[in-house]
Ligand binder design. Structure first.
Ligand code: NDP
Length: 283
C-alpha cells in the first residue's frame, strides 16, 4: 500500500501541494499518495488524529492552522520553534513532529533560483503575520546589512523585532509604520502581507523610492500576472520581480526531505507549474 500524506487547510481546493508532491514522488521513485483535505475551522486536531488512524505518515499544514499545528506537535524542530508555527508534520509512532519549511523555501528561492544574495544587503520585509515570522530567522542567518520590518499594525512588527533582536547579527529594525519608510531604499523588498490576496497594495509611500537600483521585488503571493505589489514595483522601474511560486515549491521540497530523507529537484516542477499558470513574474 502507498504511504499516505496530505495537506490540511481551510479553504484547500486551490492548493497546488498535491501536484507538487506527486511530481516529487514520481521523480524520487517513492510510493506515496498525497491528497488535499479540508479540515473544519474548529476541527483541525481531530482531522489530524483521524488521518493518523487511517495510516497517514505526514502532512502539510496551511492557512489557518499553522499555529494550531505548532501547539499540536509533541516535538519541534528549532526553526519551527523560532517561527512559532508549523507547516509540516511527521507522524513517528506516538510522536507528532513539527517543522517549518517556509523560511528555508524562501531562502532557497532567493539564493539559488533567483541568484539574489542577502549578505550585506538592505532588506525590507513587509508584514508581521505567520509567513513573515517564519522567514525572519533564516533571513538574519544570511547576515544582511539591515533587516527592516514594516507592518500596518505597528505593534505587531515591533513585537517581531523584539523576539529576534537578541539573536540578530544584523541590524533589525522596525521603522514605526509604512510612512516612516519614506527616504529609505532597499536591495530586496519582500511582500509577506496577504494584501495581494485581496487585490490590495500595502500602504507604501508612493514617491519614496524604496527600491534601490537593481533591487529585487518579491511577493510571497503567486498567480497569473503581476500582483498589485509587483505591478507597483514595476511602475517604479524595478526590473527584477518574482512571485512566491518558487518559494511554494521549495518549501514543499524541504517538507519532502523531512518526510522521506530525499531531496527532489525542484527546477522542473517550478517550470511545469509556471507553464500551467501561463507564466507570472520570475527573475
Ligand atoms: P497572516 O494572516 O498571518 O498575516 C497577514 C499579514 O498581512 C499581516 O501582517 C497583515 O497586517 C498584513 N496585511 C493584510 N492585508 C493588508 C493590507 N491591505 N495592507 C497591508 N498589510 C496587510 O498571513 P500569512 O503571514 O500566513 O500569509 C501572508 C502571505 O504570504 C499570504 O499571501 C500567503 O499566501 C503568502 N504565503 C506564501 C507562501 C509561499 O510558499 N509562497 C508560504 C506562506 C505564505 P496587520 O498585522 O496589520 O493586519
Amino acid at each position: 500500500m502507498s504511504d499516505l500524506y496530505c495537506v490540511f487547510g481551510n479553504p484547500i481546493s486551490h492548493s497546488k501541494s498535491p501536484v507538487i508532491h506527486t511530481a516529487f514522488a514520481r521523480q524520487c521513485r517513492q510510493d506515496l499518495r498525497y491528497e488535499a483535505l479540508l479540515a473544519p475551522i474548529d476541527g483541525f486536531a481531530a482531522s489530524v488524529r483521524t488521518f493518523i488512524a487511517a495510516g497517514g505518515r505526514g502532512a502539510n499544514v496551511t492557512v489557518p492552522f499553522k499555529e494550531e499545528a505548532f501547539r499540536l506537535a509533541t516535538r519541534l524542530s528549532v526553526r519551527a520553534e523560532l517561527a512559532a508555527a508549523v507547516n509540516s508534520l511527521r507522524f513517528d509512532g506516538a510522536e507528532i513532529v513539527g517543522d517549518n519549511t517556509d523560511g528555508a523555501g524562501l531562502l532557497r528561492d532567493l539564493l539559488v533560483n533567483l541568484a539574489c544574495p542577502i549578505a550585506g544587503r538592505r532588506v525590507l520585509l513587509l508584514g508581521a503575520g505567520g509567513a513573515a515570522r517564519g522567514v525572519v530567522a533564516p533571513l538574519l542567518e544570511q547576515r544582511p546589512a539591515t533587516l527592516v520590518i514594516a507592518n500596518r499594525n505597528v505593534s505587531r512588527a515591533q513585537e517581531l523585532v523584539q523576539c529576534f533582536a537578541a539573536s540578530a547579527s544584523a541590524s533589525l529594525l522596525c521603522p514605526g509604520g509604512y510612512p516612516e519608510l519614506a527616504g529609505q531604499s532597499f536591495d530586496l523588498v519582500i511582500n509577506a502581507t496577504s494584501a495581494s490576496l485581496a487585490g490590495a497594495l500595502p500602504p507604501l509611500p508612493a514617491a519614496a523610492g524604496i527600491f534601490a537600483p537593481a533591487s529585487l521585488a518579491y511577493d510571497m503571493m503567486y498567480g497569473k500576472g503581476d500582483t498589485p505589489f509587483l505591478a507597483f514595483a514595476r511602475a517604479q522601474g524595478v526590473e527584477r520581480l518574482a512571485d512566491g511560486l518558487g518559494m511554494l515549491v521549495e518549501q514543499a521540497a524541504e517538507a519532502f526531505h523531512f518526510w522521506r530523507g530525499l531531496r527532489p529537484d525542484s527546477t522542473p516542477v517550478i517550470a511545469a507549474l509556471r507553464a500551467r499558470s501561463e507564466a507570472g513574474p520570475a527573475g
